[in-house]
Design a protein around this ligand. Structure first.
Ligand code: AHG
Ligand code: MN
Ligand code: MN
Length: 333
């Protein structure tokens, strides 16, 4: 039997939302479309450099942009032009974009937050990158411009979240609070097919993912956790894997079992990752896949954000491993 397409799946699941008007389905479909366009650009990233070097800067001028800037514009344009959200906040934009202000009859109720290209330093070396998205229902009244408060909602309030991974194959993985489902792009047809239904972290995690180059700057609890992972005991040592792209590291850990860590360092005293564009959506996915996300003390999803580009320490993955990290932090820090 032919697997379900993402488009079919989204429509089929619409009933899971009481009083649904189809707005969220349309929104998810626009993200799907934007993901395909970004995928097209990411796939020819190396080629773009060659074309750029030829000095052709008319048609290719746009393609010579840094890919994270381009991905940002492609996602924002896709959402703004279709008038399906009332506001967008992006890691690449200082302020949020208000869509409601552009059209007086805009009655849309959702805001979107995105990290348009995650792991962008990997682009130059042909390693997987991703896009992360997070969707909330606005809290200010419809028909009016969005407010900052619409974006500063705790992760618990997310209506949907997901990521696109531009990897060996391109996948879109998302949740609306009813489990996590993964779809793989058939590039010949330009269609995403349901390939990973109801994704779950395996019972036991065996991988730890952290930039160990920063070791000397880590809090003591994290140093102890790393040593614990390396210990020859029970089912340890763990395996160390770090791509340097949260999307890819998270995706692998969800499938194989493991934990991703970005602790505070002297360079990034509050951690490096952004609560709204990276941590909250990944935390929602983790929880829906049976895992957990923490800043070391609190569940990520319970944090009340205070600013758009807020950073937090981030530990996400298998529940038992995240809880172990919290224990180590409690004991040693
Ligand atoms: P972005 O490319 O959106 O700025 O995110 C990069 C993030 C994350 O994806 C990755 O895990 C982490 O930064 C890597 O940081 P280090 O290079 O400090 O390890
Ligand atoms: Mn990122
Ligand atoms: Mn980014």
């Amino acid at each position: 039997m032919q697997p379900k397409t993402l488009g079919e799946f989204v429509i089929e699941k619409q009933h899971e939302f009481p009083y649904s008007t189809g707005e969220l389905s349309t929104l998810l479909n626009s993200i799907r479309l934007a993901a395909k366009v970004v995928n097209h650009h990411v796939n020819k990233a190396g080629l773009t450099d060659i074309l750029g070097a030829a000095g052709n800067n008319n048609v290719h001028a746009e393609e010579q942009q840094k890919l994270d800037v381009l991905a940002n514009r492609l996602f924002i344009d896709a959402l703004v032009n279709r008038e399906i959200v009332c506001g967008i906040a992006s890691e690449e934009e200082e302020n949020y974009v208000s869509v409601a202000g552009m059209k007086s009859d805009n009655m849309n109720k959702y805001v979107v937050l995105i990290d348009p290209l995650d792991g962008s330093s990997n682009i130059d070396v042909n390693v997987s990158v991703g896009t992360i998205f997070s969707i909330y229902r606005r809290i200010s009244p419809v028909g009016q411009p969005v407010t900052l408060e619409d974006f500063l909602q705790p992760g618990r309030k997310q209506v949907a979240a997901g990521y696109v991974i531009y990897g060996t194959s391109t996948m879109l993985v998302y949740t609306t609070g009813h489990g996590v489902n993964g779809f793989t792009l058939n590039p010949a047809l330009g269609v995403f097919y349901l390939s990973h239904p109801q994704m779950k972290f395996p019972e036991k995690g065996k991988i730890y993912s952290i930039n160990e180059g920063n070791y000397v700057h880590f809090p003591l609890g994290i140093k102890k956790f790393i040593k614990y992972c390396q210990e020859e005991k029970d089912d340890r040592p763990c395996t160390s894997r770090y791509i340097g792209s949260l999307v890819s590291d998270f995706h692998r850990n969800m499938i194989k079992g493991g934990v991703y860590l970005y602790p505070p360092t002297s360079k990034h005293p509050s951690g490096k990752l952004r609560l709204l564009y990276e941590c909250n959506p990944m935390a929602f996915l983790a929880e829906q896949a049976g895992g957990k996300a923490s800043d070391g003390y609190r569940d990520i999803l319970d944090i009340e954000p205070v600013e758009l580009h807020q950073r937090v320490p981030f530990y996400v993955g298998n529940r038992d491993m995240v809880e172990r990290i919290e224990e180590f932090i409690q004991i040693y820090d």
